[in-house]
Write a protein that binds this ligand. Structure first.
Ligand SMILES: [Zn+2]
Length: 130
């Protein structure tokens, strides 16, 4: 399945993480949403995100590697690549952007946002079993 996905992430305590070329970033304890897309297989991409040990390639890999960071839930939607940034923009209205995170290849402010809650995201996306 090709589409866009959302990782709902919990950071269980405040941490500073070296995020590749972005540098050292401080993350408050809380709930975050990361927007991604996979044009071959969303299932395979999500499977990769769930593995703690792997070669680090994307900004999100550096975040998810940390022991204080957990994926709570995954949502997905069948969509085109261009919908990824539309979704990021939409979620940006509900949360606080971690500037430049995951958006090196586009013009978005970010693809990672801190949110107060993620209940409203359930309306437009499907939960994925993880
Ligand atoms: Zn984007």
């Amino acid at each position: 399945m090709r589409g866009v996905y959302l990782l709902i992430i919990s950071i269980v305590k405040p941490v500073q993480i070296q995020v590749g070329a972005l540098g050292n970033i401080f993350f408050e304890k809380g709930i975050y949403a990361y927007v991604g897309s996979a044009q071959n297989s969303v299932e395979k991409r999500v499977e990769r995100h769930l593995k703690k040990v792997k070669r680090k390639f994307w900004h999100i890999d550096y975040l998810l590697e940390n022991e204080n960071v957990k994926i709570l839930q995954v949502f997905y939607k069948v969509a085109e690549k261009s919908d990824e940034c539309k979704l990021a923009e939409e979620i940006g209205k509900k949360g606080t952007a971690i500037i430049n995170f995951g958006s090196s290849d586009c013009n978005c402010k970010s693809h990672l946002f801190q949110l107060n809650n993620y209940q409203s995201l359930r309306e437009s996306m499907h939960p994925m079993k993880v």
